[in-house]
Design a binder for this molecule. Sequence first.
Ligand code: FAD
Length: 547
Amino acid sequence: MSFSYHHRAQMLKQSQNQVFDLLVIGGGITGVGIALDASSRGLKTLLVEKNDFAYGTSSRSTKLIHGGLRYLKQFEFALVKEVGSERAIVHRLAPHLVVPEKMLLPLREGRGFGSLLTSFGLWLYDWLAGVKKVDRRRMLTRKQTLKAEPLLKKEGVKGGGLYAEYRTDDARLTIEIAKAAHTHGAILINYAEVKEFIYENGRITGVRVMNDLQGDNYVMKASAIVNAAGPWVDDLREKDQSKNGKTLHLTKGVHIVVPKDRLPIKQAVYFDVTDGRMIFAIPRANTTYIGTTDTDYTQNQDEVRVSKVDVTYLLNAVNESFPSVKLNIKDVLSSWAGLRPLIHEAGKSASDLSRKDEIFESPSGLLSIAGGKLTGYRKMAERVVDLLVKKYFSDRTTKACHTQQIPLAGGDFVSSRRLRRLIKTLKRDFVSLYNDEKRFEYYWHLYGRQMIQLLAAVKVLKEEGLDDDTALLKAELDFCIQHELVMSASDFFVRRTGMLFFDIKRLIRTQDWVLNYLQAQFSWTEAQLLEERSKLNALVKEVNHFE
Ligand code: FAD
């Protein structure tokens, strides 16, 4: 059974004719991580997601696999150590998708910590994360810092630190983990929303799910049910009448995207702002993205928007630190806003709340997991599945967690030499077709080894007479439809390719073609096509019109 719309109906049918070991609610990084861990240990696993995979916070982060330098400030050494060590593992599992990126941390007179303390902090950060010697932090003089980033405001710069981070594509990481779980036998269904729980003798035994695409309902049963609904975790706890004790505290984080030539930084920079907060500016393809804000959020989780106030805050932060660029709101090409599902702690502000994950267990047996980070998804999953095995499946032989050995997206590279050889071959093939190395980088980071399939399809399509751009687009869209459960235009443009954020002009250029192609593939009526078109138009408008 492929992970495609061809088999979605079959997956739904299968989901109700058996009792699963585990049912996971939520197809963000936390949920798919649990589904992969459980299915690879031999548990019969089902996951339902109310929208598309990574629709929630897992497509709206800063897109870093990082150790969380700022958590050192909160003395969260264990958290820094765990996520820091995880970076190296996730990089090994998906080297095209988790890519080393040097981060520049400028130091200014009268701001942040002094040079000595920063040097020690970065050393500690590297040490906790087990960073290799060649990649360890390097402290820079004022001259070296300004040479590394000439656009920085010169006044007050007294030096800097250059340290190792990794960048990623959060939504693609989520979909690749979902695909790996599927390969291990899990059933994962998008656009399937849990509406209510089913109980027997006070114990939770199943859920009633609505299939959002056709409007029909399903009953799904499992021995254990995990609520991994991110910012919606408390909504489900409320349905289970177990929202007591610790609760979620949602904070909103916004990013904006500007053309690279409007903020042409030479590498990623992590700089401080007058209010004491830290902001990232990260180059990506032909853009630079900037974030994030951190403000309390109490409104509808499905309607989180970027406001003019958010954008102004980020633009002011950039203009203060890089005064020659003079960014203004018209420069903003795109943006996104995400919600951090943090655990509430009385008296603490948004920025001071811990990013640690916690597991809550309700009297009915519902297990909820919240908090945490993209980076720590594998360990979070391990903790949840260990607990489940102990509670429900101790009488069975199950494997121990081994997700550190499950490569993602065919990223199974025995050695870095083989990886380099593959990149070289793929680049040669791509450039022979498109003569564009930069574009190759873009596709490599999205698809990795799967580019072999993509390029084979492109060659056939070109031979059939399709022009260069359409051949590439069609090959990519076909791949996402056939292997990544794309069900709508926004699945493709937002969460499979990130085009809405990082290449909105291409989205606008190609949207009619994509919509018409999807209509033919999915047999949409004219009314459905119209609805899809207006949803996409609304998204495109939303990312660069602010109130
Ligand atoms: P989500 O991704 O929100 O997934 C929950 C899913 O549950 C959603 O897709 C939702 O649709 C689904 N759902 C809800 N209700 C139901 C229902 N009734 N039925 C079925 N499905 C349902 N971490 C890092 O490691 N690095 C970073 O750079 C980083 N930057 C961040 C920047 C910002 C601005 C934010 C907000 C967070 C950042 N994080 C970062 C944290 C990280 O993104 C989150 O911890 C992580 O994505 C949370 O994933 P999740 O799966 O728990 O939640």
